[in-house]
Design a protein around this ligand. Structure first.
Ligand SMILES: NC(=O)c1ccc[n+]([C@@H]2O[C@H](COP(=O)([O-])OP(=O)(O)OC[C@H]3O[C@@H](n4cnc5c(N)ncnc54)[C@H](OP(=O)(O)O)[C@@H]3O)[C@@H](O)[C@H]2O)c1
Length: 382
């Protein structure tokens, strides 16, 4: 059967082409299921593949059998995209829909709403192994189930990483994000101290309303003082930074160093209360997003016992035991309409994704600005 799906291609002529193409979908066999996709969120990670660094103000329609638009991309960026040059790529990391057909081992899922991950979710139909799906509880709609993988498992993964690496509390940036709101609830449930860093006063209020205890505004002149105080109270030595640019990683490491040195005057590497190598507490910042495209600045005023590196969901999940992964998926399934609830600003159709009016909106990645696609709909009524 055929399915209409969104494709993104960067050409060697420095154009990014977005199109909707009809693709043959295979019949499910064995443990596979065929899902009629009904809701797929446009997450920040989807935008990276969908639009890359193209300039939406240069968008032009291209005549042809299927809807297609092209935008300019800076020629100097082409080497960065060498691996995807002239390749038409399916888009969409997660979503949800109804199982309409299944191989012999997954027949029990027919008629059920499932959440799914693993690519090509901006598509009318998706055939995949049922392992890539979470069967939803009765009464959960596709809209509610649409963000059950990426943000919930990442937020849970942060808590797992904190525990595995032996840290006492967590610092999180861009903390009013959909993911950040889930992390607040998880940490409250698991009794883990969480320091939330946001950049606007209304985000402080939003996080207060869902039970966050430590909320710091990076725009405040007292930010560094407040951050050090919060670390002294909680002992946080691990941070997850979604901004991935500018000074925030450096500020966090600096504050961790200040607080941990103050706490360990009799550290084995200190002489008379001072060590040129910094505190003996290991300080870790994981950069897991790129919301700030500017370079990261590290002033290195935190001795030698620290690390800043990337954190990515799928390698993390791959390293987990099957049993632990199943426990995390079960927790998401059980709490999909509470702890792991996501909200959306608007639901649009497949062709709306190519419409500059909606593109301008869904590219904003602001608090409460997430868009959902219903791939069964061409366009929403104007
Ligand atoms: N590494 C992984 O495996 C992984 C997995 C899942 C998610 N992620 C990342 O997690 C992050 C959050 O995803 P989401 O879906 O929860 O996002 P979301 O709901 O779209 O929210 C984005 C948030 O980021 C804030 N923000 C945007 N630009 C910012 C900047 N330059 N500095 C500070 N804050 C900024 C926004 O606040 P304003 O309203 O102030 O703009 C908003 O609160 C994204 O970066 C995503 O790529 C990574």
């Amino acid at each position: 059967m055929k399915s209409r799906e969104i494709r993104s291609k960067i050409t060697d002529q420095a154009k990014l082409e977005l199109s909707i193409e009809k693709i043959e979908v295979k019949k499910p066999v064995g443990s596979e299921v065929l899902i009629k996709m009904q809701a797929s969120p446009i997450n920040p990670s989807d935008i990276g593949l969908l639009i890359a660094s193209a300039n939406p103000t240069t968008l032009k329609k291209i005549r042809g059998a299927y809807p297609k638009v092209a935008m300019d991309i800076d020629k100097s960026h082409l080497s960065f995209f060498a691996k995807r040059l002239n390749k038409s790529l399916a888009v969409g990391n997660e979503g949800a829909g109804k199982v309409v057909d299944a191989g012999k081992d997954s027949k029990h899922l027919i008629g059920k709403i499932v959440s799914v991950s693993g690519g090509s979710t901006f598509s009318q139909y998706k055939c995949t192994d049922s392992f890539n799906c979470i069967e939803m509880k009765k009464g959960i709609t596709s809209k509610k189930a649409s963000s059950a993988f990426i943000n919930p498992l990442t937020a849970l993964g942060m808590v797992e990483t904190c525990k595995i690496e032996g840290h006492g509390a967590i610092i999180h940036t861009a903390a009013a994000s959909s993911l950040g709101q889930m992390l607040v609830k998880i940490c409250n449930e698991d009794k883990i101290d969480l320091i939330n860093i946001v950049r606007r006063e209304n985000q402080v209020k939003l996080l207060e309303s869902i039970g966050a205890k430590y909320i710091l505004n990076s725009s405040s002149p007292d930010f560094m003082r407040d951050l050090i105080k919060a670390i002294l109270k909680t002992g946080a030595t691990i941070a997850f930074d979604a901004t991935g640019g500018g000074q925030l990683t450096d500020q966090i490491l600096t504050a961790m160093e200040f607080a941990t040195s103050a706490l360990e005057q009799d550290s084995p590497i200190s002489v008379q209360g001072y060590s040129p190598y910094g505190s003996s507490a290991y300080k870790q910042v994981y950069i897991y997003g790129g919301l700030d495209p500017s370079p990261i600045t590290l002033n290195k005023a935190y001795g030698m016992n620290w690390s800043a590196g990337g954190w990515l969901l799928f390698p993390f999940l791959t390293a987990l035991s099957q049993e632990r992964l199943e426990a995390l998926r079960e927790r998401v399934k059980k709490n999909i309409d509470t702890t792991f609830k996501s909200t959306y600003k608007k639901t649009i159709g497949l062709e709306d994704v190519l419409n500059p009016k909606y593109m301008k909106e869904y590219l904003k990645t602001g608090t409460g600005n997430k868009y959902l696609i219903n791939p069964q709909v061409k366009n929403i009524k104007k």
